[in-house]
Design a protein around this ligand. Structure first.
Ligand code: 15L
Length: 270
């Protein structure tokens, strides 16, 4: 029986993924500051706490085989909050992983770590999954920072680390940009399983998107760890393109990070 710690388990992605990550030979240890009331006692256990509480993080990490780190702020916020929750919080997770001998950490990074790259700069090719950091806000900067933190813990302690540069992981694309950036729930689970597999030993940084017809972010790095997406956001095209033209003259579509590139720095999005 293996034990997978899922931080941020009560958040959008955690809630969406819990049923998809259940396996007969796996216990999901859920960790969140918010209460989780619908625990499946056959396959799940719950540790309540914040990533900003290092003792709680250490308790959550003790005895697990691998960590899926979803916890943290998921959009733009104040510099102080971003530093404390996303940067210090992730460092606490890596620190506990090293202390407890956990050999695999899968990190929910984001397309916003590289949000200022453009379709034009990709120059007709697909933008590589490990293209250099160009954050589009404090939130994106924190994701670039924790990607590099993963590199440190990989090089120092040999922890296998996979950074997932997630596009838009929701039940359906949240907007027309999602026709390129969407990752379906089933593909998100597939990417996580690939990230936990032997093929993903080492250090990897990959895009987290589905097999979208309109995608221009490369699938090569994901394929190298065994990720084979099956879904395509094109099924939603009619709905979104009734109101928006698909043109790379549109800055929302031209830049990886879309509207995040124009959002006021440090201003909460929700
Ligand atoms: C993200 O990183 C956010 O967590 C998510 O809420 C979406 O905004 C997503 O990026 C996106 O770019 O669609």
């Amino acid at each position: 029986m293996s034990r997978l710690l899922v931080t941020g388990a009560a958040g959008n992605m955690g809630t969406m993924l819990r049923p998809l990550l259940r396996r007969p030979d796996r216990t999901l240890r859920l960790f969140d500051i918010a209460d989780v009331t619908d625990i499946d006692s056959a396959s799940e256990e719950f540790v309540q706490g914040s990533v900003t509480d290092r003792e709680a993080v250490a308790r959550a990490v003790d005895g697990v085989d691998a960590i899926l780190h979803l916890g943290g702020l998921s959009t733009e916020d104040s510099w102080a909050n971003i530093l404390s929750v996303n940067v210090d919080g992730t460092q606490a997770v890596f620190d506990a992983a090293a202390a407890h001998g956990v050999t695999r950490v899968v990190v929910a990074s984001s397309n916003h770590a590289v949000g200022f790259w453009t379709h034009d700069e990709a120059g007709g090719s697909d933008l590589p999954g490990d293209v250099g950091a160009r954050p589009d806000g404090f939130y994106g900067w924190s994701k670039a920072a924790v990607e590099a933190l993963g590199r440190l813990y990989h090089d120092r302690f040999g922890i296998d680390v996979v950074n997932l540069r997630i596009g838009s992981s929701f039940e359906k694309p949240p907007n027309y940009r999602g026709l390129a950036s969407w990752m379906s729930p089933a593909d998100t689970a597939r990417l996580i399983e690939a990230s936990l597999s032997d093929d993903a030993k080492g250090f990897h940084t990959v895009w987290g998107i589905s097999k979208n017809s309109r995608a221009w972010w490369s699938g090569a790095e994901g394929a190298a760890i065994g990720y084979e997406p099956r879904d395509d956001a094109e099924q939603f095209a009619d709905e979104f393109l009734a109101e928006h033209e698909w043109t790379f003259d549109d800055p929302i579509l031209q830049r990886v990070g879309g509207a995040f590139c124009d959002h006021p720095l440090g201003q909460r999005m929700r």
